[in-house]
Design a protein around this ligand. Structure first.
Ligand code: ZN
Ligand code: ZN
Length: 327
C-alpha cells in the first residue's frame, strides 16, 4: 500500500508498505478520507518524542476490507469511522469511564501506524458504522466533533448562557455549533480575521480579534471554552469569566503561564480540563445524521497523499481549516 511515512522529524516520505493484516478482534479499513489535525503537526515536529518511523494520521473513515477472528460488530464492505485512541479497559480509570485518560492508551497515528495510508488496522471495538445517508466528508469530521462534544459534556451551556470560545480553529468552531444548538449566545475570540469571519458565518453572535480595538468586557461570560492552546488562554479566561463562571480547557499549551488564583477564588470560578472523548462517537454520528448541525464549512482543502508533506509544513496558513486527504 501507499503510505505517508514520518521517518525523520519534519519530513514525510511516500513509501510502499506491506498491507496490514487483521489479528483477532481487529479490522482492516481501506481509507477513503483522512483529516489533518494540529497533533499531526506536533508529531511532525517531534513534539511527542515517540519512536519513528510511523505513519501519522488519526482522523479517518473508509470501508472495512477484512475482519479478524471474533469480530462481530462490523462486516466487510461496511462504511465506518475510526475512534483513534485505544484504551486498555483494565485499569481503574477505564473501569470508571475515564478511558480518555487511560495511561496505557494507544494512539493511532502516533504509537501505531495511522490513516495517512491506503489501509489501516484498528481494533474492531474502535470502529463505528456510518449511518445511512451520512456522506463521507461529514462522517470524517466525527473525531474532532467528538472532542468538541466532550468539552460541551464536561461543562454544558444552558439556554441564554453567555458563552465565549477562545480560539476559532476547528475545535473552537465545532464547539460554537454545539453551543448554538443549546441556545447559548456565543462570542468568539481569535488572532485571525479569517477565523473570525468563518465564525460569524457559522453562527457566532459576535467575534473579537485578539489585540483589536474592540475588546470583550471583563467578567462578562458564564462559560468559556479555551480551545486555542495559547499559553495565556487560562489567564485570559479567568479575567473574562463572570462571577460564578465556568471554564473548560481543551488546548494543550505545552508551556507555563502565570494565572490569578485570587480571581478564581473571588469569582468562585470552576475550571475543568477536557481531554479528547469517552463515549461520544455514537451520539455525534447520530447528530450528524440528523443534519441538526453541519460542520462541512470547516473543510478548506481536499488533497492527495503527495501534497500532505507540504500541507503539514504550512499547517498554520490563515485560510486553512480542516484539510482532508482523499484516497
Ligand atoms: Zn485530531
Ligand atoms: Zn486503562
Amino acid at each position: 500500500m501507499r503510505a505517508a511515512v514520518l521517518d525523520q522529524t519534519a519530513k514525510l516520505a511516500i513509501r510502499d508498505l506491506p498491507d496490514p493484516v487483521p489479528g483477532p478482534g481487529e479490522v482492516v479499513i481501506a481509507v477513503s478520507l483522512a483529516g489533518v489535525c494540529g497533533s499531526d503537526y506536533s508529531l511532525y515536529h517531534g513534539k511527542f518524542g515517540v519512536p519513528l518511523p510511523v505513519v501519522p494520521g488519526h482522523e479517518g473513515m473508509g470501508t472495512v476490507t477484512e475482519v479478524g477472528h471474533g469480530v462481530s460488530n462490523v462486516t466487510v464492505g461496511q462504511r465506518v469511522v475510526i475512534q483513534p485512541n485505544f484504551a486498555c479497559w483494565d485499569c481503574d480509570l477505564c473501569g470508571t469511564g475515564m478511558d480518555n485518560i487511560c495511561s496505557e492508551k494507544v494512539r493511532l497515528g502516533i504509537d501505531v501506524n495511522g490513516v495517512f495510508a491506503q489501509y489501516v488496522k484498528v481494533p474492531s471495538r474502535y470502529v463505528w458504522p456510518v449511518p445511512e445517508g451520512l456522506d463521507d466528508r461529514t462522517a470524517v469530521l466525527t473525531e474532532p466533533l467528538a472532542v468538541a462534544a466532550h468539552g460541551v459534556k464536561v461543562l454544558p451551556p444552558a439556554e441564554g448562557d453567555r458563552v465565549l470560545i477562545i480560539g476559532a480553529g476547528v475545535i473552537g468552531l465545532m464547539t460554537l455549533l454545539l453551543a448554538k444548538l443549546n441556545g447559548a449566545n456565543v462570542t468568539v475570540l481569535d488572532l485571525l480575521t479569517e477565523h473570525m469571519s468563518l465564525a460569524e458565518k457559522m453562527g457566532a453572535d459576535s467575534a473579537f480579534r485578539v489585540g483589536g480595538d474592540k475588546k470583550p468586557d471583563p467578567s462578562s461570560f458564564d462559560l468559556i471554552y479555551e480551545t486555542s492552546g495559547a499559553p495565556s488562554g487560562l489567564s485570559d479566561a479567568i479575567g473574562l469569566a463572570a462571577p460564578g463562571g465556568r471554564i473548560a480547557l481543551q488546548g494543550l499549551p505545552g508551556t507555563e503561564h502565570p494565572v490569578s488564583t485570587t480571581q478564581i477564588v473571588r469569582k468562585e470560578l470552576t475550571v475543568m480540563g477536557s481531554m479528547i472523548y469517552t463515549d461520544e462517537f455514537p451520539g455525534v454520528l447520530e447528530l450528524l445524521r440528523s443534519g441538526r448541525i453541519d460542520p462541512r464549512p470547516l473543510i478548506s482543502d481536499l488533497i492527495g497523499l503527495d501534497d500532505l508533506d507540504h500541507v503539514i509544513k504550512n499547517f498554520n496558513a490563515p485560510d486553512r481549516f480542516k484539510v482532508l486527504v482523499s484516497f
